[in-house]
Design a protein around this ligand. Sequence first.
Ligand code: FES
Ligand code: FES
Length: 157
Amino acid sequence: MMTLSFNLNGKETKVEINPWDTLANVLRRNLMLTGTKKGCEEGECGACTVLLEGKPVNSCIVPAAKVQGKKVVTIEGLSDNGELHPIQEAFIEAGAIQCGFCTPGVVLSAKALLDMDIMPSEEEIKQELSGHLCRCTGYVQFIEAVKLASAKLQKKN
Ligand code: FES
Ligand code: FES
């Protein structure tokens, strides 16, 4: 066992982990943050995406020990006092959510993109979301949702 200390959703967090465990398992099992989904568990589907130092990573293939001292954001860290983040609102309004299994990962990748560039091109959006598998919605809705989120964030700034 080892003590993992890291910043999780803005809070300094300490948790006892098995050093060989994955970040996805630690988030879901040790910290009860089940918004991070596990699909393929091979780094292929994007369901387990979280932000590590602001960049999207597949947490199913990241050793938890690797985030020692780092900043991690999960989908639970996006809403503010129960209020949805503008990106989450945009995904709902654009009809980009059906079963919702892929949604946390897609929303976090969208956040990483919009944090870097508040007005991404359609090509950049497609590129950023290319690592996410969705069995329900068309990818057109994702692109619409990110464009809507971009408009909302620009209005807010
Ligand atoms: Fe991690 Fe599919 S569950 S990429
Ligand atoms: Fe169901 Fe994407 S909304 S997998």
